[in-house]
Design a protein. Structure first.
Length: 341
């Protein structure tokens, strides 16, 4: 703000001094009645007043200079402020102009993007339409193909039904003959199996019987030399009795085989014959096991005796072979397993 300009005026103190001097001068003049003194006093008062006026004027001039300096400083500050305001306004203008340019650029890009999106949407809709048309066409073709296949399948089903009906009639007319042929084949099979199993069991019984006889002869020979063969004789007797039971059970099995082979229900009648075969087989296995126990008992008896070494060798030489070198182990059991069928 500019300071207000001060006018050239006398202060109240100065006026008071002047008035006082004037009064004193008048009083002195009145009392002394001396014009010269009054004149001097007045002159002196005037000088003092002039001096005070000059001082006041100088003060006012100094104040004016200070005000002028302040005004100049304020003008300079205002110029700087104006410059700054102008620069700030220029920056704002430039920024607004830049924002307008960016806005225009963004609007342009938005329009371009919108155009691209519209083009892509149109392309997608076109492809979707084409895809729908293609799917509809394929569905139509597939439906027609299905209809054709259904017609073919129905035709085949009809033909197969006719063939099945024809076969059913043929089968019904030949059922009796086929049953007769099947029964005949089953009877023949039962007869063959029965003969084969019976032959195997008879062969096993005969072989075990031969081994039992040879072992009995050896035990009798060792008994003459002082070997205790009582346990061996007992086991051999039990084995022979078991073989006799197996032979007895097998002797009448041929009749059962013939009965099953000629039966109207051969499958059912064969079960009884098969059970009889299994019983004979178990008897043969038991006899064979007793024969092994008898051989082991004979060896123990020889070892317990005080006979010479040559006598004990008679029982240890090839325990599993007969005099002809034939194996006396499990081969004595029946080899045919058809009886389990």
């Amino acid at each position: 703000m500019h300071k207000k300009q001060k006018f050239l005026t006398l202060s109240s103190g100065l006026w008071a001094g002047c008035i006082t001097a004037l009064v004193l001068a008048i009083t002195s003049a009145a009392n002394a009645q001396d014009d010269s003194i009054v004149s001097k006093i007045l002159a002196r008062a005037d000088d003092e007043a002039e001096i005070e006026i000059d001082d006041e004027v100088e003060d006012q001039d100094e104040d004016k200079d200070e005000d002028k300096t302040e005004i100049e400083d304020e003008d300079e500050d205002e110029d700087k402020i104006e410059v700054k305001r102008t620069e700030f306004g220029r920056k704002i203008f430039e920024r607004e102009q830049e924002m307008e340019e960016k806005k225009a650029e963004f609007a342009q890009k938005a329009e371009e993007r919108k155009g691209e999106m519209e083009a892509k949407r149109a392309e997608f809709e076109q492809k979707l339409t084409e895809r729908k048309a293609e799917i509809e066409q394929k569905m139509t073709e597939r439906k027609a193909e299905w209809e054709t296949k259904r017609a073919e399948w129905e035709t085949k089903v009809t033909e197969r039904k006719d063939k099945l009906e024809q076969k059913r009639l043929e089968l019904a007319s030949s059922t009796a003959a086929r049953k007769a042929a099947l029964q005949e084949r089953m009877q023949e099979k039962i007869k063959q199996v029965g003969e084969r199993v019976a032959e195997a069991l008879n062969r096993a019984i005969g072989k075990i019987g031969e081994l039992s006889d040879r072992l009995q002869n050896r035990a009798d020979e060792l008994a003459t030399r002082g070997v205790d063969t009582s346990e061996v004789n007992s086991l051999l007797e039990e084995a022979n009795n078991t073989l006799d039971a197996a032979q007895l059970a097998l002797s009448g099995i041929d009749v059962n085989v013939e009965y099953a082979a000629t039966s109207d229900d051969p499958r059912t009648d064969w079960q009884d014959t098969k059970a009889q075969f299994q019983e004979v087989r178990e008897l043969v296995r038991t006899a064979h096991s007793l024969l092994r126990e008898a051989l082991a008992a004979l060896k123990d008896a020889v070892a317990a005796s005080d006979l010479e070494r040559g006598v004990s060798e008679a029982t240890s030489q090839n325990d599993n072979s007969d005099d002809d070198g034939n194996d006396t182990s499990d081969s004595a059991e029946p080899e045919d397993n058809t009886v389990t069928q």
